[in-house]
Ligand binder design. Structure first.
Ligand SMILES: [Fe+2]
Length: 398
């Protein structure tokens, strides 16, 4: 049976012209038993890099099978994206409360909401859906929340951003999906933007679109820049608060001073290009985790390129958090406009594979403690760092 790739059902809020290549539902193949050496897997592999998000419905899959499928995209990878059994051990990290490791397969995490019993070797797992109320500087009023108003939690890439390389692929498998009324995600950033969302959606935006819609001077800056992340960024940012649209941290000077972080080494700090080259399509994706970014390193415009109108034509090393964040925000905010967001409407037994080096995503919404949700998530610290734009790319866009 041939594999069928059908467009994802887009909500009325989405601009279909911006989702022509983005997202496919895959039919005619069982992802749980896919042989990584088969031609069918090769087809799925290429489709993932071309379409960024792949959805499989009615999947039955063990944690072992989910790990095997995730690993097939990077056979030399081994450990969970944040390190096996590391996130729970690092109590100060903001990721600590969100993840419970499956004992048998430490690369697979149980995430969700409410209490789950006798689950894959976990006698009792108390889960809490992360919500903006504990992470943002401001929050939706309880009255508005009761009416179904919510926010994005944190726009991000799945990545430790320190020592380990960003996973190529994340797999998300919805086992228990509570039903409930839709919510309205409010941006609260002065634009009036709002997005109707299914309860507990995972929202995705394309890093390719994020780059494509930039004006020429910001494209030039993007292809010439690297972001240097803070050491142990999730511990560093823990005392700080996020912006209301979840696209970064408010600059209030609350980050943990570097000498109060767990021990760190200069050589393990990560500096990644702002733009990552898709290994299958060659296209450029804007991939920055805004919350963890600490510095921007800008290369000069290449010889022969137009300097007029260029930002930092002689290059720059920006270390002021406020300036770094404002520049990144200017480049990333356009791409989270409601018409550019794909909010997935989860059904039980949905499996989503996403190109973690090609999209940004966020948890959305809030559940009551009695609304039980259980998902298995797997991603693996990659065997290599992402590749930035080629010399030709820089010449083309700078
Ligand atoms: Fe994530």
């Amino acid at each position: 049976m041939a594999i069928e790739f059908a467009p994802l059902p887009l909500p009325p809020s989405a601009d279909p012209s911006k989702f022509i290549d983005f997202g496919r539902e895959v039919k005619g193949v069982d992802p749980a038993t896919l042989d990584p050496k088969s031609e069918r897997f090769a087809e799925i592999h290429d489709a993932l890099y071309k379409h960024s998000v792949l959805l499989f419905r009615d999947v039955s899959m063990t944690p072992e099978q989910q790990y095997a499928l995730t690993k097939a995209f990077d056979p030399k990878s081994e450990d969970y994206g944040h390190g096996n059994n590391k996130t729970e051990g690092t109590k100060k990290s903001i990721l600590h409360p969100d993840l419970k490791t499956i004992p048998r397969v430490p690369q697979v995490q149980l995430i969700g909401n409410g209490t789950v019993y006798n689950h894959e070797g976990l006698v009792e797992a108390k889960l809490k859906h992360p919500s903006h109320t504990t992470f943002h500087k401001t929050r939706v009023s309880p009255e508005d929340e009761a009416k179904g108003v919510t926010r994005f939690y944190r726009w991000h890439i799945d990545a430790a951003l320190y020592d380990l390389s960003p996973p190529r692929v994340t797999t998300l498998y919805g086992l228990i999906v509570p039903n409930g009324p839709p919510q309205v995600c409010r941006y609260d950033d002065g634009t009036g933007d709002e997005l109707p969302v299914p309860l507990g959606t995972t929202a995705f935006v394309s890093g390719k679109t994020m780059f494509d819609i930039l004006p020429p001077e910001l494209k030039s800056l993007a292809v010439r820049s690297k972001v240097r992340y803070a050491p142990h960024p999730y511990v560093w940012m823990a005392p700080a608060h996020a912006m209301p649209n979840a696209l970064g941290i408010e600059t209030e000077g609350l980050e943990l001073p570097l000498n109060e972080l767990p021990p760190w080494e200069e050589s393990k700090i990560k500096a990644f290009p702002v733009v990552w080259k898709n290994p299958t399509t060659g296209e450029l994706h804007f991939e920055v985790h805004p919350c963890g970014a600490a510095e921007l390193l800008v290369d000069p415009v290449p010889a022969g390129a137009k300097r007029e109108g260029a930002l930092f034509p002689d290059g720059a090393h920006l270390t002021e958090l406020k300036e770094v964040r404002e520049l990144l925000y200017k480049m990333q905010r356009p791409a989270i406009a409601p018409k550019l967001v794909y909010p997935h409407d989860w059904h039980e037994n949905d499996l989503i594979l996403f190109h973690n080096r090609g999209v940004l995503h966020t948890v959305v919404g809030a559940f009551t403690p009695d609304q039980v949700r259980a998902f298995h998530q797997c991603n693996l610290a990659a065997s290599d760092d992402p590749t930035g734009p080629s010399l030709e790319d820089v010449k083309k866009w700078a």
